[in-house]
Structure formats: C-alpha cells, structure tokens
Design a protein around this ligand. Structure first.
Ligand SMILES: NC(=O)c1ccc[n+]([C@@H]2O[C@H](COP(=O)([O-])OP(=O)(O)OC[C@H]3O[C@@H](n4cnc5c(N)ncnc54)[C@H](OP(=O)(O)O)[C@@H]3O)[C@@H](O)[C@H]2O)c1
Length: 275
C-alpha cells in the first residue's frame, strides 16, 4: 500500500538516496533540508521537496503542517538529518558542540514532537532514527559527535516503549563509516587546538580519511532504511555495515580498557604508516 513518508536531510547522502528509491517505488515522499537547490533533481522522481531546518521550531512546524494539509497523515518519519563536528574534547568550542546537538538530538526531538500527535491519533506510524555505530562505541576525536548518537539511542529505547501502545514503531538504523561525503564535513569542522594535540590530530585525520576511503557505499544502509520503512514488522535495530556489526561485539568481548588501547593504537598506526 502507498505510504506517506517524510525524510529529513534529503539534500545529500542517505536522505537523498532513500527519498529517490521510496518515490520510485510509488510512495508519497516529502524530503526536507536547508539546501533546497540540492534537492531539485529529486522532483524528477516525484519527491516533494520542502525547505526544512530542524533547528528551527517554526520550520519544523511548517514542514509537518504542509504534509498534513496535503495528505492528512504521515506513515513514516525518517529522522536522518545530522552531521559530525569532530575535534578534541578539551578545546572544541561550546558553540560548535551545541550547534551539533541542536541538529542531531534536538532536531530529532522537534520533528518527533510535531509528528507523533498525528500518528498517535491514528494509532499507527513508524519513526526511523538514523543513529550510528558510534552510538555504541567511540574513539578519540569524535567524543561529542558520538555523544549525540548515544543520546539518540537512549531516546529511541525509551520512546519505543512509550509509543508502542499507540501502534507506533521506533526503528534505529546504525551504519558504520559509509562513503557519503559525511567525513569531509566532519573533518572540515575541526577547530584549531593546543599544540599538545597536534600529533594526535594528524594521526586521527589520516585514520578517518583511510577508514572512509575503504568504507562501503551507502547501498546497504539505504536498503535497510527502505526495508524498515515498508515491511510490516521491522526489526528494532538494523546494523548496516560490517564495522557496525563487529565493533560493538568486539568491545563487549575485549572489555573497555583493552578496546580503548587498541582503538588508540590503530589511530596512531595510521599516521606511522603514512610517514
Ligand atoms: N556516512 C556515515 O558514515 C554515517 C555513519 C553513521 C551515521 N550517519 C548519519 O547518517 C545521517 C545522514 O548522514 P550522511 O552520511 O547522509 O551525510 P550527508 O550527506 O552530509 O547528509 C546530511 C544531511 O543532513 C542535513 N542537515 C544538516 N543540518 C540540517 C538542519 N539543520 N536541518 C535540516 N537538515 C539538515 C543536510 O542537509 P542541508 O545541509 O541541506 O540542510 C544533509 O542532507 C546523519 O544523521 C549521520 O550522522 C552517517
């Protein structure tokens, strides 16, 4: 049956691809992001394109009101908008950290609070949260980004139990490092820091570039997003890449101390190999 699906962050990466595929399958898709011109081409596939800034309550409300006015209901909300601002925990500016939380955590809360009332009234709906491998395991250099995804995972766990009685599913998607251009934004937002951290940061940048270069294409994650949107009984969690499947198990198996030691060694090894 044809579904009404809203996708946040539809202007690139996972959000662009999933909007396109769901529309090609005949569903009514509304994609939102700030860069509306980057979504122009989605119109060719039948996607409805709207400006959306998840950090602004008025923008979120206007987006949801528009969909409700045209369709009367929303079957699926995909909370995909998000980005990484990498850097050193000690010196990353509070404004950079807060801006990231405003999208990755509060942006999701804003969307959910606008959409859930309509789903609750209908006693049916599905919310898909795009979290990450780093909602389970973290490495140095990404502490605040990982914390936003940990927050999202905790949110999903509680939310699921709160709204299941109203027929609303909460599904979490957990990709590892995937080639979407995500890392270029994340590395580009690293701020200048104390020289004590320069050696670490240089290794970290090499490690991240290498990990993403050999990382998988968005296909498996987009496929899981489509499946989670459409099948009758979705899983609660989809880990969509090999690293996302292995790392959380490895951390449990190795224990926190050994896991932290090995992940730090891997980062420094990346730089040595380069030199
Ligand atoms: N790629 C990976 O390795 C990876 C791994 C795990 C999880 N993830 C998660 O997957 C999601 C999508 O990332 P991606 O890899 O597809 O990266 P991407 O291509 O950079 O996409 C990010 C999307 O978020 C949107 N966005 C950012 N700020 C926004 C705001 N204030 N309001 C509305 N939309 C906003 C961007 O659109 P505008 O800039 O046009 O607004 C863009 O469409 C993110 O939540 C990310 O954390 C990615």
């Amino acid at each position: 049956m044809k579904k009404v699906i809203c996708v946040t962050g539809g202007s690139s990466g996972f959000g662009y691809e999933v909007s396109k595929i769901l529309a090609l399958k005949g569903h009514t898709v509304y994609a939102g992001a700030r860069n509306i011109e980057k979504m122009e081409s989605l119109k060719d596939f039948g996607v409805h394109v709207l400006e959306l800034n998840v950090t602004k309550e008025s923008s979120v409300k206007a987006f949801v009101d528009h969909v409700i006015k045209n369709e009367s209901y929303i079957d699926v909300l995909i909370n995909n908008a998000g980005y990484g601002a990498y850097g050193v925990s000690e010196t990353q500016s509070l404004s950079s950290i807060q801006a990231m939380y405003d999208v990755n955590v509060f942006g999701v809360i804003r969307m959910n609070q606008q959409v859930i009332p309509y789903m609750r009234e209908r006693r049916q709906g599905r919310i898909i949260q795009i979290a990450s491998l780093v909602s389970h395991v973290s490495i140095p250099g990404i502490s605040h980004y990982a914390a936003t995804k940990h927050a999202l995972r905790s949110m999903s766990e509680s939310l699921r139990s709160e709204i299941r009685p109203f027929g609303i599913d909460v599904v979490q998607i957990e990709p590892g490092a995937v080639n979407t251009g995500f890392e270029e934004v994340a590395l580009g937002l690293i701020e200048p820091t104390h020289e004590d951290y320069h050696h670490f940061l240089s290794s970290f940048k090499t490690f991240i570039k290498k990990s993403y270069k050999k990382g998988p294409s968005p296909d498996s994650t987009v496929k899981a997003m489509v499946k989670a949107s459409l099948i009758k009984k979705p899983k609660w969690v989809y880990r969509t890449t090999l690293d996302a499947k292995i790392y959380p198990i490895a951390k449990g198996f190795l224990g926190l101390k050994l896991y932290s030691y090995i992940s730090s060694r891997l980062i420094f090894k990346a730089r040595k190999k380069k030199n």
